[in-house]
Write a protein that binds this ligand. Sequence first.
Ligand code: B12
Ligand code: SF4
Ligand code: SF4
Length: 342
Amino acid sequence: MSTILEKLNALVRNEGFTNFGFAEVTTPFSIDLYDRWLSDGLNGEMDYLERHAEDKRNPQKFYKRARTAIVVTQSYLPHPAPKEGWPLKDVAGVALYARGRDYHRFFHTRLRALCAKLATEFPGEEFTSFTDAGPVLERDLAARAGLGWIGKNTCLLDRSKGSLFLLGEVYSSLTLPLELPDLSRDFCGTCTRCLDACPTGALIEPRKLDARKCISYLTIEMKDAAPPDLRSKIGSWLFGCDICQTVCPWNIKVHGDQLSAQYQSSEESLVEDLRYLLTAPNRQLERDFEATPLARINGIGLKRNALVVAGNRRLAVLAPEINRHVDHPRIGDLARWALSQF
Ligand code: B12
Ligand code: SF4
Ligand code: SF4
């Protein structure tokens, strides 16, 4: 048995991920919390999370031979897969993870390469990889793999690595003698910086997030425009939000001055970017942002988010570009709202 673990350790270490660990593929520790979160409707329009609930509770139902998960993390500061010809001049309003190529591609490609190596090393065993999109409660799995604790901002957090990393995993048919780490570990202590800093009050209590209020949800997941009472709280965020992580003392400790430097912005560049987003044909935007996370919301989603930022920042200089959209069936109301902010 220990030889399998030694071989695995050596093989995964060689792949250069930020960190890795192993966990039994079993019912997640926090599955009841998950079910309660869903029944409270905190998932908003993300229906797929309800469809995933049964497979998350019983992973073997969904993948019969899964026994051990190899859980890996990938830091995104600095971004590990920058995109050449990034279309925006001012990136302050784009979440760090999204400032480059889409991790569903580059990270998953690395996970698939890991699966291929494992299959060669362990013939007869099965390996399959996921990141983000699978029916896997990834933070719970990573905590059980000893990769950190769940911070009050709900992110998986590690004392030496912070939380600015992605999670991915390989489900394998290998059986290993694993010890569960101490899941009561919590290095948040009395700190509440993330809860205090969240502009929309989405962190309704420690480790409980109302996704319907989270800027990440409002700018990425939601199909329509954010409700008017939340719109102003989105501030300058064009795609995603990093606030509850960048105020975290553990991330500040790990990344130092480099962290705040990521959010330096110039109004001149922002205006230029918003003008481009508001005037470029949607197809061009989709081509320009191809293979990045921003492609997910399409050209029209980028225009929608640009209108919110222009309104919040009261950029009256953009009135002509906003005016073009006032009769649009999807974003016309929002364009009129933006103009009403000047
Ligand atoms: C839906 C989703 C969202 C939603 C809801 C987020 C949320 N907090 O619930 C929205 C769109 C808002 C979102 C935002 C973001 N997301 Co997201 N998201 C997901 C997704 C697909 C599912 C998460 C989920 O099921 N949420 C429901 C809640 C109830 O579950 P949970 O957050 O996993 O929390 C569980 C644990 O915290 C656990 N728990 C609580 N206490 C304890 C104690 C112990 C001991 C244990 C073991 C567990 C535990 O209970 C919860 C229920 O099981 C995962 C990928 C995945 N398949 O897991 C990525 C994921 C969580 N997201 C990720 C990222 C990077 C982000 C953003 C940073 C992106 C951005 N910059 O805009 C923000 C962060 C916002 C935040 N504070 O969470 C990463 C997180 C990496 C990390 N270090 O934690 C993930 C893992 C994707 C990935 N593969 O890397 N996300
Ligand atoms: S990502 Fe932003 S909006 Fe969402 S919980 Fe964190 S601080 Fe609040
Ligand atoms: S900001 Fe404070 S409370 Fe929030 S996750 Fe970081 S250490 Fe924990």
